[in-house]
Design a protein around this ligand. Structure first.
Ligand code: XMP
Length: 210
């Protein structure tokens, strides 16, 4: 079973569907976010879910009621997971989990880009607590900082760790898995590759021994 999640941040429906079909057999899930959904419509979620489970990376950061509406829309369109922010507080994350039903909720804790050090890193531990207490399925933590991933793994308990930042942002797939990620999220390295399917298979090979 693959521990790879494809981040499908392309803007064109046909290109997205072609990559999704070819890469789906080699990934655990496909993550779609605002770039694709804004350019093609929310129906793309159910279309892609015919090939692989879809995680909606909507980074929801709103009051509980609006959070519920967004989570419901993702669920009704066939998503199997959704990513939400926790800096907005426990009640919004709880609302997401309550509305999610069978869908998994993943909570952003520390982002992979350099700007995450401005504010986020100082409250990562509290955000992990919010995720745990709300009954989230997992958290998002950075492959760009394996030393942080190790620390986060220690306090994350049963939470799954999904880790973006491999490839274009400089993180290494194997380092992230060794540091405790359950799944790695990879976008540009796959969808910009000449042969995305081959690239996904190569990444699986890099991490399969773990
Ligand atoms: P690349 O092209 O850099 O794409 O492989 C990475 C994907 O993951 C998203 N991303 C994040 N999502 N927390 C998140 O919830 C993060 O720290 C984070 N860093 C990257 C990014 O939007 C892209 O889809």
């Amino acid at each position: 079973m693959s521990r790879l999640i494809l981040a499908l941040d392309v803007l064109d429906r046909e290109k997205a569907m072609n990559i999704a079909k070819r890469v789906a057999p080699h990934v655990h899930a496909i993550k779609v976010g605002w770039p694709l959904v804004m350019n093609t419509g929310i129906e793309v979620v159910s279309e892609i879910s015919r090939y692989a489970p879809v995680i909606c990376d909507f980074k929801v950061a709103d009051i509980p009621n609006t959070t519920r509406l967004i989570v419901r829309t993702a669920r009704e369109n066939g998503a199997s997971g959704i990513i939400v922010h926790s800096f907005v507080g426990h009640d919004s994350v709880e609302a997401a989990v309550a509305e999610a039903g069978d869908m998994s909720v993943y909570v952003v804790t520390e982002m992979s880009h350099p700007g995450a050090l401005d504010f986020m890193q100082s409250v990562t531990n509290r955000m992990i607590e919010i995720a745990k207490n709300a009954g989230a399925k997992g958290i998002i933590a950075p492959a760009t900082r394996p030393e942080r991933l190790r620390e986060i793994r220690k306090i994350a308990g049963e939470l799954e760790i999904l880790s973006p930042g491999v490839g274009a942002q400089g993180g290494k797939a194997k380092d992230a898995i060794e540091a405790g990620a359950d799944y790695i999220i990879v976008g540009r390295r796959i969808y910009n590759a000449e042969d995305p399917e081959k690239e996904a298979m190569a990444i699986n090979k890099e991490i399969e021994k773990e």
